[in-house]
Design a protein around this ligand. Structure first.
Ligand SMILES: Nc1ncnc2c1ncn2[C@@H]1O[C@H](COP(=O)(O)OP(=O)(O)OP(=O)(O)O)[C@@H](O)[C@H]1O
Ligand SMILES: [Mg+2]
Length: 290
C-alpha cells in the first residue's frame, strides 16, 4: 500500500469497512432509483449521506438494513456477504445496529420506556425489571430527563422525540446506528445538541453512524466523511475538501450555495460562490428538499 492510500485509510478509524455495498440496483416498477450504488461504512466514523429529495437515500438505508430487497448487487455486513447468511445469522446481525427512521416511528400507544424496550423484547429474553433499568440508562444516555420514560410520544417536543428514537436505536447496544434525517425539524440549537450527542457517542463508545441528512451544519461539524447520492449512484465520497473540489453541478450548488457558505464559514472552511447558469439535475436547497 502506498503512502497516500495509507493516509486515507487511517482516516477511517481502524480502516475496517463494517458495511460494504456494491453494485446495488433498486427499481420500483419502471422507476430505477439506484443503478450501481457502491458505498462503505467504516468502523467509528460518522458518514453523512446527502442527495436531492427522492434520490433514494431512505431506500438505500432500508436496503442495507434488510427492509428492501434490491434487484441486484451485494451487501456485506461486518465482513460477511448477506447472500451467504442464514436467516438466523441475518437476524443476529440485526441486533448489531439500531435504526432511527425518517418519520421517527415511535409507537404512539407506548411510553418512551416501552418504545425503547421493543427491540429488547424482539431480540432478547430478560426480566421486566432489567429492561426498565436498561431503558432508564438509554434515556439518560441521550440526555432526556428520567421522567420522559413514562411519557407518550405525543407528550414530547420534536427534539425529545428524536432523542427518544435514538434511545430506542441504542436499545441493544449496537455497533452501528442508521439515522434518517435526525435533525430535520429541529431548531438550530436542538440540532446542534443532537449532533454533539452523536459525536459524543462516536468518540466515547466507538459508535459507527450512517446518517442521511440535509443539514449542512451536521455535515461540517459531526460527519467524518460524506457520500453524495446523485444520478442513481454514489457520485462521490470524501471529506469536506473533496466535496468543495468536486465539479458536479449538484455538488457545487449544494456545497457552494449560500447555506453551505454560512455553515462552512462558521466551521472555518473556505468556499466559493456557485457558478451562475449551471443546470441542476436535483434540488440543491436543503430547506426545500421535502
Ligand atoms: N416502496 C416503494 N415503492 C415504490 N416506490 C418507492 C418505494 N420506496 C421509495 N420509492 C421511491 O423511490 C424514490 C426514492 O425514495 P427515497 O424515500 O429513498 O428518497 P429520499 O432520497 O430519501 O428523499 P427525501 O430526501 O425526500 O427523504 C422516490 O421516488 C420514491 O417515491
Ligand atoms: Mg428520505
Amino acid at each position: 500500500m502506498n503512502g497516500t492510500l495509507r493516509a486515507v485509510t487511517d482516516e477511517h478509524g481502524d480502516g475496517a469497512a463494517i458495511i460494504s455495498v456494491r453494485g446495488i440496483v433498486n427499481r420500483f416498477g419502471r422507476q430505477t432509483v439506484h443503478d450501481g450504488v457502491d458505498l462503505d461504512l467504516y468502523r467509528g466514523e460518522v458518514l453523512g449521506v446527502v442527495g436531492g429529495s427522492g434520490t433514494g437515500k431512505s431506500v438505500l438505508l432500508r436496503t442495507i438494513v434488510g427492509l428492501n430487497r434490491p434487484q441486484a448487487g451485494e451487501i456485506s455486513l461486518f465482513g460477511q456477504p448477506v447472500s451467504a447468511m442464514s436467516d438466523e445469522e441475518r437476524r443476529r446481525v440485526g441486533q448489531r445496529w439500531g435504526v432511527l427512521f425518517q418519520d421517527g416511528a415511535l409507537f404512539s400507544a407506548l411510553t418512551v420506556a416501552q418504545n425503547i424496550q421493543v427491540p429488547m423484547r424482539e431480540h432478547l429474553r430478560m426480566p421486566q425489571r432489567l429492561m426498565d433499568e436498561l431503558a432508564a440508562l438509554k434515556i439518560a444516555m441521550v440526555g432526556l430527563p428520567p421522567e420522559a420514560g413514562a411519557k407518550f410520544p405525543s407528550e414530547l417536543s420534536g427534539g425529545m422525540r428524536k432523542r427518544a428514537g435514538l434511545a430506542r436505536a441504542l436499545a441493544l447496544d449496537p455497533e452501528v446506528v442508521f439515522l434518517d434525517e435526525p435533525t430535520a425539524g429541529l431548531d438550530p440549537i436542538g440540532a446542534a445538541a443532537f449532533d454533539a450527542l452523536i459525536a459524543e457517542l462516536r468518540d466515547r463508545i466507538g459508535l459507527s453512524v450512517f446518517m442521511v441528512t440535509h443539514d449542512l451544519d451536521s455535515l461540517t461539524t459531526v460527519c467524518n466523511r460524506i457520500a453524495v447520492l446523485a444520478e442513481k449512484r454514489v457520485l462521490v465520497t470524501g471529506d469536506m475538501d473533496t466535496m468543495l473540489a468536486n465539479d458536479h453541478p449538484w455538488v457545487r450548488e449544494y456545497f457552494h450555495g449560500p447555506r453551505a457558505r454560512a455553515a462552512l464559514a462558521s466551521s472555518g472552511e473556505q468556499t466559493q460562490p456557485a457558478q451562475a447558469g449551471t443546470a441542476y439535475p436535483e434540488k440543491a436547497d436543503p430547506e426545500k428538499a421535502d
